[in-house]
Every structure is written in C-alpha cells, then in structure tokens.
Write a protein that binds this ligand. Structure first.
Ligand code: LLP
Length: 416
C-alpha cells in the first residue's frame, strides 16, 4: 500500500484528504496510515517466517499508545529503554513476554518494575548494571533473564550520532570482555542467562554490516554454548533503513532471507528490534505556511511546525521530503523551510526547490513516522501537536493537541 498518494492535485493519506484533516484538527498535525503500518509489520514478520523469531518494535521510534496498540494486535512485542516505555507498552496491551529492555542506564526502580511485569529479558550493557540487576531480582525473590549486549565493533556506515556498535561508542560490552561477562553473570544467583544481543546502528542502507555483526554474534553463541550456557535468544537489534530521499535500503524480505540463512540451524529464537523501518514512512507532519520573506540571499518559508515538533533536520541535518498538500502551478524557487522557534538551527529543509509558497499553503513533511513525535519537546513553550490515525476512509484522533494548561501542569511558584 502507498500510505500517502495524490488524487489529482491533492495529497491523501489512504482515502482521507490531508487538507481535510488539517481543517478538522489544525496544524502542526501528525498523520499516520494504519494500512501502511500493518503492511510494513506483516512484510517484516513474514520475512522471518522460516525461523523462530520475535519482532520487538523499538518504541523509541514512535511510542504513541494507538500505534503500539495496533502493533500489539498484530502480535508485535516491544524493545523498551525506560520505565516510561514499559508503562506505555503495558498500557497498550503488549505481551510482557515479548518485551526486551535495552539501554545503558536502567535504574533499580525501572529494573524492579520490569521484573514485576515479567518481561522476556534485559539487554545488559555493563558489569555494574548486571550486579545491580542481580540485587534487585534478589530483593524481589525472582530471577531476571538477561543477555549481554555485545559491542561487535562493526561500522554501520551511518550518521555518527546513530552508529552504536563502534568500539568508541558508549553502548554494549567490548567483544573481548564478553565471555568473562557471561562467566560473571553465570555466578550470580538471581540472574538467568538466556540470550546474546547487539544493535549496531540505525538507518543502515546495506546488509553487509548486519551480516558482519550476526556472524560475530553466532561465533560468540558457539563459544558460550561450549562453556555450557543455554542461550535461547539471539537479539540482533534494529537498524534497517528507509527511503527518505533516494536511498535504496534492503527490503525486509532481503534482510529476512539473509539473516534466516545465517541463523536457521543455530537453535535459537531470533529477536529483532525494528523501529524506523516499521513506522518511518507511515507518518507525515502537516504544517501551514505562516509567512514568506526574502532575506539578503535566501528566501524563507515560515511554517507553524518547528524543531520542537520534528527535531531530525536540526539535530542530524536529516533530509525529509516536503510536499505541498495541494499542488500549485507557481514558479519553483529555492527556499529554506523554517519553523517559529528562536534558533537559527530551526528548519525543516534548507536550500529546497519548491513551487512558490504563500501564506495559508499546507505542507506535508514526509517520512516523519519514526523519531518524529517521539523526539518532540515543548521548547519555546509550544504545546505538543495532535496525532491522527487513518484507516481507509476513516480517521481517529489518537492524541489531542496540548493546551497551555498542559504546559504548566505540575509547576508552581516556590514555597520555601
Ligand atoms: N534497538 C536499539 C537498542 C536501539 O538503540 C535502536 C535505536 C533500535 C533498536 C531501533 O533502531 P531503528 O530500527 O529505528 O533504526 N533518533 C535517531 C535514531 C536513533 C536510534 C537509536 N536507537 C533518528 O532520528 O534517526
């Protein structure tokens, strides 16, 4: 399914006009296609049909309850990185037995909540974390299932901020200390060693780094089994890229085929933690042009969505296509599409060729379904945008726009 497409000059999400949604709910507005999301999930899941596997959606990519709910209904689990994400996953009826917990800085309280919930396993990132988890599990009189997150020192050839499996990154346990780590884990009374894990980075555009990491992990699996560890799960993390512009990342089917080949006789359940590849192209951010102006040598189009709504262009210089919701026939010009935030780094696009825009025009910033709303903030005291989920001709508001009262909730003058 093409979640977003044109009917004549108008951009639609499935069978609903984006202009209509902007009229009903206002802008900035996140709009998601449920059909596209379902299709992405099914393509991903069926790509691994040949081996035992679990798809644990990396909910940092999009943690909106309705999105999680739909994924849970399809049988998807979750990769969480905080107590807040655990709370959301459970609120969205995710099966705790399909939840894995990643992240370098889990607190004792978060660990205890996750053990109580009965999650599948903790992906452990340091020895000190392992000791802390053992103590928490002991206090609860339970055992915690773990894998160690191996840092395989693989270059994922992606943006440096989202490369996580390099030796220089803060993530994982260095490869030559992993066996010792498992031996220490094996001696801890409240720890159950069940898996081995890695995640090398995000927005990967080729299979080679995945193959390199998977090979290092299966080598590790062999060593661990020789040492008597009963490893049931091999977690390869997420990272499959999507097309924002003209990238040509591997399809889920190709990714699945390659990994199935590597894993099929290993006697493990493969865990995958896709985020972006499931939701990235399922969502857009709608904004309206407020003003246009000509600077000394640039033209600016000022819209009502900013870096607080979609941070990726500002933070990573990331490219997102911007489409006119209603195509116009005006002469093209080169513009910077900027937001209302008081920062020069507040832009959605720079040096972009667009048909001339005027106040009132609606724009759709594409590929905003992953790391869009989930990275939004209230910077400049801007209320968070609303979100809408579309299914065929139907649509549902899945988040109301924040109010000014929401902005100050929990705040008060100091009383000493
Ligand atoms: N598993 C772990 C342990 C991760 O750290 C991540 C992403 C994923 C899975 C999911 O990766 P994905 O399939 O979405 O590539 N904010 C950045 C992306 C940060 C990714 C962090 N970790 C962006 O907007 O590009």
């Amino acid at each position: 399914m093409n979640g977003f497409h044109r009917k004549g000059q108008d951009l639609y999400c499935e069978d609903v006009s984006l202009a209509h949604l902007a009229d009903v709910f206002g802008t900035p507005l996140y709009v998601y296609s449920l059909g596209f999301l379902q299709e992405q999930y099914e393509a991903f899941d069926s790509a691994f049909a040949g081996i035992p596997h679990e798809v644990c959606f990396a909910m940092k990519a999009n943690s909106s309850l309705a999105i999680l709910n739909e994924l849970a209904l399809m049988g998807c689990g979750a990769d969480i990185v905080s107590g807040g994400e655990l709370y959301r996953a459970l609120a969205a009826s995710m099966d705790p037995k399909k939840i894995v917990y990643s992240g370098v800085g889990k607190t004792s309280q978060e660990m205890s909540e996750a053990i109580d919930a009965g999650i599948l396993m903790f992906n452990i990132e340091s020895f000190s974390e392992l000791i802390a988890l053992d103590a928490v599990a002991g206090r609860l009189g339970k055992k915690a299932g773990i894998s160690l997150r191996v840092n395989p020192d693989v270059d994922p050839q992606t943006h440096p901020y989202i490369a996580t499996g390099l030796a220089t990154s803060k993530f994982g346990i260095k490869y030559d200390a992993v066996i010792e780590g498992y031996e220490r884990a094996g001696r801890l009374p409240n720890i159950d060693v069940v898996g081995v894990d890695c995640h090398i980075g995000s927005q990967l555009s080729s299979l080679a780094p995945f193959v390199e990491a998977a090979t290092k992990l299966t080598d590790m699996l062999t060593l661990l089994r020789e040492k008597g560890f009963d490893i049931k799960y091999l977690d390869l993390g997420g990272g499959l890229g999507i097309t924002y512009d003209d990238e040509d990342p591997p399809t889920a089917a190709a990714y699945g085929l390659t990994l199935t080949d590597l894993m099929k006789d290993k006697g493990i359940t493969l865990i995958l933690e896709p985020g972006r590849s499931l939701v990235g192209n399922a969502g857009v951010l709608l904004s309206r042009v407020l003003y246009t102006k000509k600077g000394t040598d640039k033209r600016f189009v000022i819209v009502d969505a900013g870096m607080n709504d979609l941070l990726r262009p500002s933070l990573y210089d990331a490219f997102h296509r911007i489409e006119e919701v209603k195509q116009n026939q005006r002469e093209p010009e080169i513009v910077d599409v900027v937001g209302p935030i008081c920062e020069s780094g507040d832009f959605l696009a720079r040096g972009r060729k667009m048909n001339a825009l005027v106040a009132g025009d609606l724009l759709a910033t594409m590929s905003a379904g992953a790391y869009g709303f989930s990275m939004a903030s209230n910077y400049n005291s801007r209320p968070a945008a609303a979100e809408v989920l579309v299914q065929g001709k139907k649509y549902a508001q899945i988040r109301t726009r924040q109010t000014y009262e929401d902005l100050v909730r929990g705040e008060r003058p100091a009383v000493f």
